[in-house]
Design a protein around this ligand. Structure first.
Ligand SMILES: [Zn+2]
Length: 261
């Protein structure tokens, strides 16, 4: 069985402030990269214990290069780097299951640690066919395009709640922290978080048959909304049309297009 793990930084165990996620010259970011690799190792170990024979891990955060090569686990495949042709590199129909590791709640979630949707600075929000979606739903849609069901999501408690809302009760969620607000809350020791992730991944790979690929009716009507007109004015749409001061809409024929407004 092949498992595809998409990673993000904001929901990794031990990550709680923006310096860890987007200040690339900061020692906090360097530390976050190591925390990321720890959660990844745990997820791979759990997948293998559950019977997976191949694991591809995508470096999905920010500019695209967050992995630390010397902390990679032999035998797994690590997809990383910049200037990508598509957001989920290396993903295809041959994978039986998908996982979202280190994800975060959508923009505006009060108890979502480091919550945002795509841009953590602009406050942009996304809807598809009228349903507001965060990055969990976006990644699940792309995986669903390839017939790949998401079987596990990790992040804070708000992330886990959002994952169940969109993807159903059958998926495994692993809460590695609990937000009080956007940049504060309770952390678990990474060692403890890793044990939970190992256990969760081991269980999740056994649930493939119970989890359905996430899909939406096509064409998909996409909507993005900026918090104010000034921010919207600075946006350069590639395919969307402006419908009011702060809103743009586009029509997508494929889930692979949903990031490109
Ligand atoms: Zn991120």
């Amino acid at each position: 069985m092949k498992v595809y793990i998409s990673t993000d930084m904001e929901g990794i165990s031990g990550v709680v402030v923006w310096e860890q996620a987007r200040e690339f010259a900061s020692p906090h970011y360097e530390n976050a990269r190591r925390l990321l690799m720890g959660d990844i190792r745990a997820a791979i170990q759990g997948c293998r214990e559950g019977g997976a024979r191949h694991v591809t891990v995508l470096d999905g955060h920010g500019g695209g290069y967050n992995f630390v090569p010397e902390l990679m686990l032999p035998g797994a495949v690590y997809a990383t780097g910049t200037d990508r042709r598509q957001p989920h590199m290396g993903l295809d129909e041959s994978f039986a299951a998908g996982m979202l590791l280190g994800y975060h709640a959508m923009a505006g979630t009060p108890d979502g640690m480091l919550n945002h949707t795509q841009s953590s600075r602009s406050g942009i929000r996304y809807w598809y066919n009228g349903l507001e979606c965060g990055e969990i739903a976006q990644s699940a849609l792309v995986m669903g395009h390839f017939g790949v069901p998401v079987v596990m999501v990790t992040g804070d408690e708000a992330t886990c709640r959002e994952a169940k809302e969109f993807l159903g009760p059958e998926i495994v969620t692993v809460a590695v922290k609990k937000g009080y607000g956007r940049t504060c809350g309770e952390l678990l020791a990474p060692e403890e978080a890793h044990a939970l992730i190992i256990h969760g991944a081991r269980e999740a790979v056994k649930r493939v048959d119970r989890c359905k690929p996430f899909r939406m009716d096509r064409p998909i009507l996409g909507t993005i909304r900026f918090p104010d007109k000034q921010t919207a004015d600075s946006f350069r749409p590639s395919r969307s049309y402006r419908v009011d001061d702060v809103t743009f809409e586009a029509t997508f024929n494929s889930p692979l297009e949903i990031y490109f407004f």
